[in-house]
Design a protein around this ligand. Structure first.
Ligand SMILES: Nc1ncnc2c1ncn2[C@@H]1O[C@H](COP(=O)(O)OP(=O)(O)OP(=O)(O)O)[C@@H](O)[C@H]1O
Length: 249
């Protein structure tokens, strides 16, 4: 469903501060796969997500979604299929708008589901039903501004918003890095549930080896802009947690 062939990304080419962030990346993600990306700082993980989302264009190579070339399709034209959760809980939602209005905006990204997207009672009920699955008691707070929620609550709400439209791909960029351990665990459980219940294809960047071990059905390691390991479902299942730690020693 996502395919990168011979993709490279240079920053500041021809200048003294030239960086080759990614080189000759051949990376294919099948539908409903949940890929975890590991790698040291600066290895190119966020750049890879930015190329998939269309926030950056590659310097070389080609990107396809479902066999259609999207190499130079800008992010706003891909956002119909792609939802993204960032490290910073402040990204991804509009802080001054209520929870309900944030969900309305998410639903408006695609009109084809024929959802009633006005501030109608049925839409409110739908949002409350969805939010109640988080087990955070937010269903009684849908008129509260999202900015008043905790970081963990915001990440969970952002994840849930990805189920309001035609999203097929969920990109998670260190989604729990700014959260305390309990909130981080809740957000990961929520992400995992949303991915499987909605048959999403997911790519998650993390530095958390426990999460990389516990979640996803494929694990890829980047180093200096190249893929140096790519373990499929069986190979990942055969790992133990210490193996992942040894990748970095
Ligand atoms: N906009 C940019 N301009 C110049 N260089 C950049 C830019 N974005 C990334 N880089 C460089 O590209 C390389 C890869 O960066 P990237 O952010 O993809 O790494 P990362 O693996 O996500 O790192 P981290 O784990 O620290 O978030 C780094 O050397 C970084 O400095």
């Amino acid at each position: 469903m996502i395919k990168l062939t011979s993709v490279g990304k240079d920053f500041n080419k021809g200048k003294a501060n030239h960086v080759q962030a990614l080189s000759d990346i051949n990376f294919e993600v099948n539908e409903k796969q949940f890929v975890v990306i590991l790698g040291a700082n600066g290895s190119g993980k966020s750049t890879l997500l930015n190329l998939i989302s269309g926030n950056l264009f590659p310097s070389s190579g080609t990107i396809y979604f479902d066999n259609t070339e999207v190499t130079r399709l800008p992010d706003f034209q891909r956002s119909r299929w792609i939802a993204r959760v960032f490290q910073n809980p402040l990204s991804g939602t509009a802080p001054d708008l209520t929870i309900l209005d944030n969900f309305r905006l998410a639903a408006l990204r695609s009109k084809s589901k024929k959802l009633s997207i006005g501030a109608t009672d049925s839409f409110k009920k739908l949002v409350q039903e969805k939010i109640s699955t988080l087990g955070m008691g937010l269903e009684d707070k849908v008129y509260q501004p999202v900015g008043s929620l905790s970081g963990g609550q915001r990440q969970a709400v952002t994840l849930l918003m990805s189920t309001m439209d035609e999203t097929r791909i969920l990109l998670l960029d260190e989604p729990t890095a700014a959260l305390d351990p309990r909130s981080a665990a809740l957000v990961m459980q929520t992400a995992n549930r949303i991915i499987s219940e909605n048959n999403l294809t997911a790519v998650m960047v993390t530095h958390n080896l426990k999460d990389a071990y516990n979640y996803g059905n494929r694990v890829v390691q980047l180093a200096e802009g190249k893929i140096i390991r790519d373990l499929n479902t069986e190979e990942k299942a055969a790992l133990n947690e210490a193996d992942l730690f040894h990748w970095f020693t």
